[in-house]
Design a binder for this molecule. Structure first.
Ligand SMILES: C[S@@+](CC[C@H](N)C(=O)[O-])C[C@H]1O[C@@H](n2cnc3c(N)ncnc32)[C@H](O)[C@@H]1O
Length: 339
């Protein structure tokens, strides 16, 4: 049953599939998957379903709740991932995504902390044209800025993450058409951020595992992940999942500072070695020179080796990184259904 919203049928248009009863045969080939349908819409506001449920009616019968406008489609019962936005860094991420639109910061003394305008400008410049009819996905979207930037270039953009709080905020930004949060001045004092960023309405935020996304193979024209590779347990598996979500000649966009943490990603999973750094490793994987077992066939179209990205704690403290930005195009071939 399509989900009617005032701005179209965004959620109903998405071919959501049940991650709980999806089955694979040997070699990872997909043998069954069932579509999810809307089974209840209890609170609808401005055409958006705030509370309701999706169900796997043709398969296992599993119900997935929609809470605060966010469908929660995870196989396992929800538990916050470690080392993520969920660990209390939400204000820092809000400022990192939307700080450049806070009035008054430009004139704020000797440079203001958490200024990521250079990062966003470089990343926007690296995004491919997706076409008005194509869909895009942002994996590990956090508070949603990249999802919105992809939405501006697509028919619809989906942001997925496991951090419900971040997703609920991003979903409210999409509904309200404005961004509202508080910014920390000192450890003990915060103020409302006056923010002029205007998010587009064609973004959907879903709680889902980037390693088990509830979408069929080949659905997206662009799959992006900003700063997720080094914040996830299985980065190579993430690349395979992203590859499977992409249509033939779709584009993958990745940014990462390769700042690995052993409590998040075991050392054996890191995409770097003693002799090769993260950016070179990633390029090697896309060219098929490294880890050919992943089966990725891509052409690197754009690379910015190091762009400054920072997370601001308060007006006098930030953590800075240098992130690689990379865009690669999938070489022609059938969409694989390997999950
Ligand atoms: C370092 S933050 C980056 C957030 C955002 N992309 C950005 O660049 O600001 C990593 C994000 O990935 C999310 N995350 C970690 N593991 C995930 C998984 N398996 N599936 C979906 N999201 C995940 C975290 O909740 C967090 O929001």
């Amino acid at each position: 049953m399509p989900v009617k919203t005032a701005r179209g049928t965004l959620l109903g248009e998405l071919p959501l599939v049940c991650p709980s009863c999806r089955r694979q045969a040997g070699g990872g080939r997909l043998v069954t998957q069932h579509k999810l349908s809307l089974s209840s819409a209890r609170r609808v506001s401005g055409g958006h379903i705030l509370e309701g449920a999706l169900s796997c009616e043709e398969g296992c019968g599993r119900r997935y709740p929609i809470r605060k406008g966010v469908p929660c489609i995870t196989k396992k019962p929800f538990s916050p991932p470690r080392g993520s936005v969920a660990s209390g860094a939400l204000p820092a991420y809000l400022h990192a995504h939307y700080g450049e639109f806070e009035g008054g910061l430009r004139g704020a003394g000797p440079g203001w902390l958490g200024d990521n305008s250079g990062f966003w400008s470089a990343l926007r410049g690296a995004l491919p044209k997706n076409g008005a009819h194509a869909a895009a996905i942002d994996l590990g979207c956090g508070v949603g800025r990249l999802t919105f930037e992809l939405a501006k270039r697509s028919r619809v953009a989906v942001g997925i993450d496991l951090d419900f709080e971040a997703l609920a905020l991003a979903a409210s930004f999409a509904r309200e058409g404005r961004v509202e949060y508080r910014v920390w001045e000192r450890e003990l004092s915060s103020r409302p951020a006056r923010n002029s960023y205007r998010p587009p309405g064609n973004a959907v935020f879903i709680m889902a595992d980037a390693l088990d996304p509830p979408f069929p193979a080949g659905y997206f024209g662009v799959a992006a992940a900003a700063n997720l590779l080094d914040s996830i347990a299985r980065p190579a598996r993430l690349l395979r999942r992203m590859d499977s979500l992409l249509a033939p000649s779709g584009s993958m966009v990745l940014t990462s500072p390769f700042s690995w943490k052993e409590h998040v990603t075991q050392r054996s999973e890191w995409l770097e070695s003693r002799t090769l750094d993260g950016p070179s490793t990633l390029k090697g994987i896309f060219c098929g020179r490294l880890r050919p077992g992943l089966g990725l066939r891509y052409r690197v179209e754009r690379e910015i080796p190091a762009v400054r990205w920072s997370l601001r704690d308060h007006a006098r403290h930030e953590n800075a990184f240098l992130a690689q930005i990379l865009r690669a195009r999938k070489l022609l071939g059938p969409a694989r259904d390997r999950q």
